[in-house]
Design a protein around this ligand. Structure first.
Ligand SMILES: [Zn+2]
Length: 265
C-alpha cells in the first residue's frame, strides 16, 4: 500500500489505534489501525511493520520454543539464551518483521515463490525460491516452520502439509495461520481434482507482495484437524484474548501443529 493512502487510513481510524508493547521488535508502541473490520491483518507496529497476525505467530514461537523472553528482539541481544544458533527456522515469507530479529541469531531460512525461477534457487543468502508442494530442503531439517495465510492459496494443500511434516524434526512445530471456519467444513472454491482448475464459486483473490494477487482455492473448515492428524500432527489453535492486546494481538487465531511421530520409511 502506498504511504499516503496508508496515512489517510491511519488518520481515519485514529480511534482504533492501541498502545502496547510489540512482541517482535520489543518497542513500546502504538499499533496503527488502517481497517477496523480486519484488525487481524493490520494494527501495524510502526517500528517493525508487523501486523496483528504476525505478532500472533511470534507469540506461539516464543511460547513453544523460546519461553524465557517477551519479545523476539531479545534473541539477538540476550547472551543467556543457549543454542539459539542451532534453532533451525524456516519462514515461507521474506523481508518481514521476523527477518531482522531472527536472521542474525538463529539458523534462519526464508523463501518466496517466484514464477519462472527454478525451485530451490538461493536468491540471496538463506533466501530460496520454494514451492511448498515440493520443498527442496532435507527431511527433518527444521525445528519450526512458519506460514502465514499461505495454505488457502496452495492447489494441493495436503501435499504441502506433508512436505512441512517431512522437513520438520520430530517434536518440531508448524506455526501457521489460515482463514478457517470453526463451525463448518472447508468451503471448496475451486475443484482441483483434475488437471484444470474448475471454479465452483466466483474466484476470490488475496493481495500478494510478489504477484499482486493470488487465487484462494478454499476457506478451511473443521475437517482440517482430521487431515493434519492423519499426516502425524497434533494441532492446537490459539485464540487471542484480552491479555494479548498488550502485545498488539487483536481478534486473531493461529494454529500450531506439532510433529508427533517419526518419519515413516
Ligand atoms: Zn514492532
Amino acid at each position: 500500500m502506498e504511504v499516503s493512502r496508508a496515512a489517510t487510513l491511519a488518520i481515519k481510524n485514529l480511534g482504533y489505534h492501541q498502545v502496547g508493547k510489540c512482541n517482535i521488535c520489543g518497542k513500546s508502541t502504538i499499533f496503527i489501525c488502517i481497517d477496523a473490520k480486519t484488525v487481524r491483518n493490520n494494527m501495524y507496529c510502526p517500528f517493525c511493520k508487523s501486523s496483528s497476525r504476525k505478532r500472533h505467530v511470534a507469540k506461539l514461537l516464543i511460547d513453544k520454543v523460546i519461553p524465557n523472553i517477551s519479545s523476539l528482539a531479545e534473541v539477538s541481544s540476550n547472551k543467556h539464551l543457549d543454542n539459539l544458533d542451532k534453532l533451525n527456522i524456516y519462514n515461507a515469507d521474506v523481508n518481514d518483521a521476523f527477518d531482522r530479529v531472527l536472521h542474525s541469531a538463529t539458523s534462519y531460512y526464508c523463501s518466496s515463490y517466484i514464477p519462472n525461477v527454478e525451485i530451490g534457487t538461493e536468491i540471496r543468502e538463506q533466501v530460496f525460491c520454494q514451492n511448498l508442494e515440493k520443498l527442496t530442503f532435507d527431511k527433518e531439517k527444521f525445528d519450526v516452520v512458519i506460514t502465514e495465510d499461505v495454505f488457502e492459496h496452495i492447489r494441493d494443500y495436503e501435499k504441502a502439509f506433508q512436505e512441512v511434516y517431512r522437513v520438520l524434526k520430530t517434536g518440531g512445530y508448524h506455526i501457521f495461520t489460515i482463514p478457517c471456519f470453526f463451525d463448518k467444513p472447508t468451503l471448496v472454491r475451486v475443484d482441483t481434482s483434475g488437471v484444470e482448475d474448475i471454479h465452483l464459486l466466483p474466484p476470490e483473490y488475496h493481495g500478494d507482495k510478489i504477484r499482486g494477487k493470488i487465487l484462494a482455492y478454499r476457506t478451511f473448515g473443521i475437517d482440517i484437524f482430521a487431515i493434519l492428524e492423519k499426516i502425524g500432527f497434533e494441532t492446537t489453535v490459539d485464540f487471542s484474548n484480552y491479555l494479548d492486546r498488550n502485545y498488539g494481538i487483536f481478534d486473531s487465531y493461529a494454529f500450531c501443529s506439532r510433529k508427533v511421530e517419526e518419519v515413516k520409511s
